[in-house]
Design a protein around this ligand. Structure first.
Ligand code: AMP
Length: 219
């Protein structure tokens, strides 16, 4: 099963994907996480991606498509029932390349989940995000604060903010989403695979809506 997850930055894709991956035994492939790992490891790809990510622009399609083809290929290991792609595709060209790559392997996108969140909520959601560099626990300064400001509840490490989660870069990321990624809603709408869910409501409610869609899919 191949599931795509669309939505603006800050919509809650990562949070929901983690839950769905667990519940439906899916491999969660986040293009942003993979790029951050490449950067941390100092690979060529990581170095090439750096300036785009830091300024809120998209990494060039050819780099992303090659990276994700490899990741999707490596994820097909029989231990999971499929993959959930988070943050890819993000342009029409990426979507077309993905369709072609899947066709070559006699596969197809089964469902596209689109998380719809109002623009005015996104900036506050993103700029308040913090995470523990040691254990990965996620927090939000207003919606899910740690017991002690800026300190992880679990292991006492100082919390970190993603370098592209600052207000100026966030605005650019949201603009980039509208210009380059939002057209995918029509693309998948025409293919008949799109399911839009209201992401403005509490996390658990979003999870219930997404689960209802996946429960209804032929798996
Ligand atoms: P994310 O963690 O999904 O918010 O992605 C962080 C950054 O990684 C984005 O702002 C882009 O610079 C880059 N990125 C992630 N996925 C893609 C993609 N599919 N195409 C191009 N750039 C991407």
């Amino acid at each position: 099963m191949i599931i795509l997850f669309l939505g603006p930055p800050g919509a809650g894709k990562g949070t929901q994907c983690k839950f769905l991956a667990d519940r439906y035994r899916l491999r969660h492939l986040s293009s942003g996480d993979i790029l951050r790992r490449e950067r941390q490891e100092g690979t060529d790809l990581g170095k090439q991606a750096q300036s785009y990510m830091d300024s809120g622009r998209l990494v060039p399609d050819d780099l992303i498509v090659a990276m994700m083809r490899q990741e999707i290929g490596a994820a097909a290991d029989g231990e999971t029932s499929g993959v959930i792609l988070d943050g890819f595709p993000r342009t029409l060209q990426q979507a077309q390349a993905l369709d072609q790559a899947l066709r070559d392997d006699d596969k197809q996108v089964d469902v596209v989940l689109n998380l719809d969140v109002d623009d005015d909520k996104l900036e506050r959601r993103i700029t308040g995000r913090r995470s523990c560099p040691r254990c990965g626990t996620a927090y939000h300064v207003d919606f899910n604060p740690p017991r002690r400001a800026n300190v992880c509840d679990r292991d006492g490490a100082a919390l970190a903010q993603r370098s592209d989660d600052t207000a100026a870069v966030v605005r650019k990321r949201i603009e980039t989403y509208h210009q380059q990624t939002a057209p995918l809603i029509d693309y998948y709408g025409h293919q008949g695979t799109l399911q839009t869910v209201d992401g403005n409501v509490p996390i658990e409610q979003v999870t219930r809506s997404l689960s209802a869609i996946l429960d209804g899919c032929n798996r």
